[in-house]
Design a protein around this ligand. Structure first.
Ligand code: F6P
Length: 517
């Protein structure tokens, strides 16, 4: 599969010229004044998501060049290779096949690798969902504690919160991720041994934080007189042997071709399935699958993940913007930013290309955010009047799931007003009250926040990250950058006990001494 790094295409040089000529100085207010159909041109529908891109600093010429860039970089072939199950995660020799987790079963098995894996996916999904229903029906279980970190925590946690309106199991779902014992201790105070189900969620079943918490949970369980581990512990992992060795017999597996940050569609989604039920989880998968089909088949110029990924490149590599802020105007989406941080920054926070050559351009922006309207009363000051331009991505939901009068109209008025204010600005000669405007934003609109629309929204984000990573020529599917700290932590843990500071830098040695004093 031929990929050409984006800076080695003809379109890249053309975009540099276009940026200098018109891109840099594009003024959104003028662009709207000159083009009555700008909203129509730069907005589109995709499954469950309407997107208004018109308040972004692009024009038709730029977008055409960005689409050329995508074609010349070979993103379509790369996308097709992902869907076909080629080992595009070449530094780990693995397929990148999370899309298979949300692919409906096929009528017949043709014996191909894909067909065999899909059969396994559905066998496990059916077993996992049957188990979720058993737990839901079990009135004696009142609390579910998910112990996992990173992809084994952020996705299910974000989704359980997001779909709270659909949670009808009557169970409290807790998430423990941090190795900081305060977190587990606080959760254990809230639960009782006979009525708690612990889910140990770890792709590798070796992650130190998760294993430390799991061991402590097991010790607490035994100390409280718990004996029935099969009933009170289940493991969600690709490493079933390690889970068995730990003493857990109830296990739901997945496969090494599921990246941790792409794993909530697998057995890692069990907390969500318990919260919203089997049908809700199937709807969640179906929404994502609809977005997969859109990404796979829509022409590039009407392909929303492609358009968003190209905007990301335009802003990062031509405008030089270093961050992107996400502002979901729905309190149930309050963990979306944390989830997207891992998705974007662990995937695309890379400084070398697929061949290991140092890149001459920037990659992952810093992704951050908070739900609206809270962010407005914290950091929006900087977005409106600060020295840096931060492209903002608003997410709004048309229909509320509560019946409190007035709130939703006010919420929607605020999200529209913020996007408007960022763009139009306000002239004031005094300086302090001047808003420069021309600050770009994208507006994603869902009709309703449901399992299906959330699935589609997340799949959209996965694919836009794929697109920018693909053009940058990096491997978006490994995460070697988290390894060094893990190794050093082991070394320092031993030194904290022994006090040995041999070979340490002065700062680490000094802090070690203070901590031991
Ligand atoms: O942070 C590194 C990482 O490997 C993530 O990619 C992953 O989601 C997380 O650790 C947890 O890993 P595991 O599910 O194997 O415990």
């Amino acid at each position: 599969m031929a990929r050409t790094r984006c800076d080695r295409t003809a379109a890249w040089a053309q975009l540099q010229t276009a940026y200098a000529a018109t891109g840099k100085s594009l003024d959104l207010r003028e662009a709207f004044a000159q083009d009555a159909s700008r909203f129509e041109t730069f907005s589109q529908s995709a499954p469950y998501v309407f997107a208004d891109l018109s308040k972004n600093r692009i024009d038709a010429g730029t977008e055409a060049l960005l689409l050329d860039l995508a074609r010349q970089s070979g993103v379509e072939a790369h996308r097709d290779a992902m869907f076909a199950g080629e080992k595009i995660n070449h530094t780990e020799g693995r397929e990148v096949w999370h899309v298979l987790l949300r692919t409906p079963p096929e009528a017949s098995n043709d014996g191909s690798h894909r067909s065999n894996e899909l059969a396994k996916v559905h066998e496990t999904l059916n077993a996992m969902l049957a188990y979720a229903e058993t737990v839901r029906a079990d009135a004696a279980i009142t609390d579910v504690v998910n112990i996992g970190i990173g992809g084994s925590d952020l996705g299910p946690q974000m989704a359980v919160l997001a779909l709270d309106a659909f949670a009808n199991s009557g169970k409290r779902v807790h998430f423990v991720s941090n190795v900081d014992g305060h977190e587990l201790a606080a959760t254990l105070k809230k639960v009782k041994v006979d009525s708690t189900l612990f889910l140990i969620a770890s792709k590798t079943f070796t992650t130190i934080e998760t294993m430390t918490n799991a061991h402590s949970a097991k010790a607490w369980f035994a100390a409280q007189g718990g004996t029935d581990t099969a009933r009170h512990f289940a493991a969600l992992t690709t490493n079933v042997a390690a889970a068995n060795a730990f003493g857990i017999t109830t296990t739901f597996g997945f496969w090494d071709w599921v990246g941790g940050r792409y794993s909530m569609w697998s057995a890692i989604g069990l907390p969500l399935a318990i919260a919203i039920g089997a049908q809700g989880f199937r709807d969640f998968l179906a929404g994502a699958h609809a977005m997969d089909a859109h990404f796979r088949t829509a022409p590039l110029e009407q392909n929303l993940p492609v358009r968003l990924g190209l905007l990301d490149i335009w802003y990062r590599n031509f405008h030089g913007f270093t961050s992107r802020s996400i502002a979901p105007y729905h309190s149930a989406l309050r963990r979306l930013a944390a989830y997207l941080q891992q998705l974007e920054m662990e995937s695309n926070g890379k400084r070398v290309d697929g061949e290991g050559a140092t890149l001459p351009f920037g990659t992952s922006p810093v992704l951050w955010g908070e739900s609206g309207t809270n962010g407005q009363h914290a950091y929006f000051q900087m977005l409106h009047q600060g020295t840096d331009v931060v492209p903002l991505e608003f997410v709004a939901v048309k229909t509320p799931r509560h019946d409190l009068g007035g709130h939703h109209a006010l919420l929607l008025a605020n999200v529209l007003a913020q996007a408007q204010a960022l763009m139009v600005g306000k002239v004031d000669s005094g300086g302090h009250k001047h808003f420069p405007g021309n600050r770009p934003s994208t507006f994603l609109l869902l009709d309703d926040l449901t399992p299906a629309s959330l699935g589609a929204l997340i799949a959209l984000q996965e694919h836009r990250v794929f697109v920018s990573g693909s053009l940058w020529g990096i491997n978006s599917f490994d995460q070697w950058g988290v390894e060094l700290g893990k190794v050093l932590a082991k070394d320092i843990e031993a030194r904290l006990a022994s006090g040995d500071a041999t070979g340490l830098d002065g700062s680490t040695a000094g802090l070690l001494a203070r901590l031991r004093a």
